[in-house]
Design a protein. Sequence first.
Length: 511
Amino acid sequence: MNEAAPPLQGGARALTAFALALGTFMQVLDSSIANVSIPTISGDLGVSPDQGTWVITSFAVANGVSVPLTGWLMQRYGVVRTFVFSLLAFTVASFLCGIAWSLPALVFFRVLQGAVSGPMIPGSQALLLSLFPPERKGAALAIWSMTTLVAPICGPIFGGYISDNWTWPWIFFINLPVGAFAGLVCWRFLAARETPTRKLPIDRVGLGLLVLWVGALQIFLDKGKDLDWFGSAFIVTLAILAAVSFAAWLIWELTEEHPIVDLSLFKSRSFSIGTLCLCLGYGVFFGNVVLLPLWLQTQLNYTATWAGLVSAPSGAVAILATILAGRLLARSDARLIAVASFVAFGLSYFMRARYTPDSSFGVLVAPLLVFGIGMGTFFISLVAISLADLTPAQIPAGSGLSNFLRITAGSFAVSITTTFWDRHEALHQTRLVEALTPYDPAMQQTLAQMQQHGLPQAQGFGLLLHTIVGQSYLMSALDYFWISGWLSLALIPLIFFTHRPAGAAPAAAAD
């Protein structure tokens, strides 16, 4: 930071931290709020739901490409200037999304929205760390973690409520007052505290290869399930393009004097292992965040709003856990907090593996309360571990790179989760149907009871098949929950291969 500027204290620091947190919340919220609104948007714009999914894909692709550019942009233009511009541009793009008159227009504006939003999360992280003295870095990470955790849970709730009660453009219009307020406050209090800048040549070849492989990979992940993965020539072409361009990009970046992404950060053992645990843990976390409301809505007939409300209590617990973890971080080993998060995650997944088709609302919520403990300690501890060994100048690039890999891991997780759920449902359904024949006494008795209640045999068969499908999806989800639990516990030993962070958190890039 500019050493001539007086340090922020009291109300000014609190207001600025709140504005930075709002910026993070808005960006993360927008990555999930549109998911439950796709049927409404598609119907209003006169396209199929499959075509409507490009509203999600376009944002993810553009955001995935822009996040790794954060380090270069902040060194070239300064952390404050880059963050505030990104925040205000995101707000303008949100307005354009809301007034979109057709699907191509909406997709174009979503690409713009995703492209300008890349620096928002790494920027808010670096600036929050710069606002607090070393002994209170845990508080900064706690504020950042709370917004990063709560937003994905609020997204489906807000999106479902707005779609059910208002019109879909409001899922974008709600960003306008938030973005304007956060941008003005951050510029007012941080403009005089801009970080040093230096003119760096842009790695055009590296940027082009980055756009190519990230774009191909994101579309491959988003459309693979719909197109039957490698049964589609389009998906095979995308996979080959992503693999070849990634290999070329990797070779180029390792030999380029001024790479667009600084891969030398992986020389730090704590950064490498911490980022690996962050990505794998987040992948399992995000897969479960996607699967549970999907199961509730498609199999238990929950509305989008009520499916979101099942997850809501975990957000409240996460906030309390994050506040506690922020205080503990200054005086304890961050690796132990990370272990606690994986234990809580594992326990939550194992509890979910005991769900039944008639589980009550309370039974559904109980594992998510434990899940909230894991959420509240996961990000704050792993961010502290992964950034602890980096120099102040490396933190924006390190934050951008780790967030990019985390987002990519989330994309992988969504594709793997939904594919696993569907494929294992088919497997369980086959096994259940094999055990049923028209000559089975138990089945004959069940059909006879249905006929006694006035249900024709054909409808009885249909009802029975519907029950089998529902049971198969439940069994597939339980399999996924068990696997998630064991994967979470398996990550614990990796934590102890990192260095113990010295203090609460690393110094900020702008200190």
